[in-house]
Design a protein around this ligand. Structure first.
Ligand code: ZN
Ligand code: ZN
Length: 177
């Protein structure tokens, strides 16, 4: 998503003393992020915000709305949820700051456009749930047979032995004998 800032940087339009300002709206139909080996797909990404020229730097503030495909941490089905995030960034024109300046917490842009992609992606990553659940009442997968307990009834029952502990059961039996 590219933000045109050429108009913000032109001198002369500044009467308020706060620098030139403009509102912007941007859309992205699809953004993909790979994170810890998982692929997250964001769709219907809408970004609205304000860009302000403050003494050569461009201050950008925005809010993001999107939909994201998540995998339920209990039943492993994929589901789509709306997600929202916000960001604030300072962008410096390339060449206007010393490389490695300790005070520089902003980003660099070249030309008359700022690419907001990195800021958008980093903000979205921060609001991704660590353990997404398709539904608060999701029953998850049966620990014995692996079927999806939301849609299937396997009859294993709640006392079904965990297959990972089957070996231990055998061992305890042997001890008794
Ligand atoms: Zn689920
Ligand atoms: Zn089962």
């Amino acid at each position: 998503m590219l933000l045109e800032v050429g108009d913000l940087r032109r001198p002369g339009a500044c009467h308020s003393g706060r620098g030139n300002e403009k509102e912007f709206t941007g859309r992205d139909s699809r953004l993909e992020i790979e994170l810890r080996g998982d692929l997250f797909v964001f769709t219907e990404v809408l970004v609205e915000g304000q860009a302000t020229n403050v003494g050569g730097k461009i201050y950008v503030k925005g809010s993001i709305e999107a939909k994201v495909n998540l995998e339920c941490s209990r039943c492993l089905t994929t589901f789509t949820v709306p997600i929202g995030a916000s960001f604030e960034e300072i962008y410096y024109a390339a060449g206007s700051v010393e490389e490695g300046d300790p005070d520089d917490t902003g980003r660099i842009y070249g030309g008359e456009q700022i690419d907001l992609r990195d800021a958008i992606i980093e903000s979205l990553v921060l609001v991704l749930p660590m353990k997404p659940v398709c539904h608060p009442d999701c029953q998850g997968l049966c620990p014995s047979c692996g079927c999806n307990l939301n849609t299937e009834h396997c009859g294993c029952g709640p006392q079904a032995p965990d297959p990972r502990l089957a070996g231990l059961g055998e061992y305890l039996k042997q001890l008794k004998d």
